[in-house]
Write a protein that binds this ligand. Structure first.
Ligand code: SF4
Length: 300
């Protein structure tokens, strides 16, 4: 029997039900089962309410103000800078925000530099491996004795790993870091004649070396801007200011590489790190005195 020829049953006609749906989110309308449909109106939005709320008041006019919560929240978010997300900004607006951020930071920090003490690309490589989950201050306290004992990649390659561990213990994760330093040193000696390679592709092949460490070494020891350095400060601040909506360092780096001119990648990452230390401290950001206070989106 076709749908067109189907006979209406008394039960069909007897349905005293009013249906309200959120068109954006529901394809199949929900059927109300209340007996007095004229006194009760229901509105549901699957994305925001798993269990539809049933109005019990007899005054139907009082319940007409219900709306899809998600749609309302979206409008509010777009209107308030505190809650705005980069997805609410056009590419042009995001680029303008980035221009403003890095121009302001350049005024505030005109001469940024790498905070890790080093005398060679190899020393910077070792210091950057040590800086994971550790402060630069702590690394700088440890490296003088470390580099005095093991001055070259060859010396590290020949060293017992326990001797390296002993000297870097206070940096945290010292067993893994010592193993990575020893293995990276051996690879540098065997494959690159004892010199740190100067390409991203070669650097990331070394044990314990990812894109962040490679970008640090290339930018600060070789003067090659291979990519924005995204450490924990830059990751957090990029999202907070509104420069990126991404959550992984690789994706945030990609966003920043697009927003910031290549000539600013090295200094720009230093400046964001300075800002994170001076004003935008994770638990107590000082927005009232921060140089970005006027236009930072201040996202949670
Ligand atoms: S301190 Fe406040 S205004 Fe400055 S970057 Fe952090 S969240 Fe933005």
């Amino acid at each position: 029997m076709s749908a067109a020829s189907a006979k209406k049953t008394p039960a069909d006609d007897a349905k005293p039900v009013k249906k309200r749906t959120c068109k954006k989110t529901e394809k199949t309308p929900k059927v109300e089962t209340t007996a007095d449909a004229t006194s009760v109106k229901k509105r549901t939005c699957k994305k925001t309410e798993k269990t539809p709320k049933v109005e019990t008041t007899a005054d139907a006019t009082s319940v007409k103000k219900r709306a899809c919560k998600k749609a309302t929240a979206k409008k509010t978010a777009a209107a308030t800078p505190e809650n705005a997300s980069p997805s609410t900004l056009s590419p042009t607006e995001r680029r303008r925000l980035a221009d403003r951020v890095f121009a302001t930071l350049a005024e505030r920090y005109p001469n940024p530099s790498c905070a890790l003490d080093h005398m060679s690309p190899f020393q910077l490589l070792v210091a950057t491996i040590l800086s994971a989950q550790c402060t630069d201050k702590r690394v700088n306290a440890v490296t003088p004795a470390l580099f005095e004992r093991f001055p070259t990649a060859e010396a590290f390659a020949d060293a017992p790993v326990e001797a390296i561990e002993e000297l870097i213990k206070s940096c945290g994760f010292y067993r893994a870091k010592a193993a990575n330093i020893a293995q990276a040193s051996r690879a540098i000696v065997e494959r690159f004649g004892g010199s740190v390679p100067a390409t991203l592709e070669e650097l990331v092949q070394l044990p314990g070396v990812g894109r962040k460490t490679a970008n640090v070494v290339l930018g600060n020891a070789f003067g090659i801007a291979s990519g924005f350095v995204v450490d924990t400060h830059v990751l957090r601040l990029s999202r907070k200011i509104g420069l990126s909506d991404e959550e992984t360092p690789e994706k945030v780096e990609r966003d920043l590489n697009e927003l910031v001119p290549q000539s600013d990648w090295v200094d720009g990452s230093h400046r964001l790190i300075y800002l994170g230390r001076e004003y935008c401290v994770a638990r107590r950001p000082q927005c009232d005195v921060c140089p970005l206070g006027a236009f930072c989106l201040k996202r949670p």
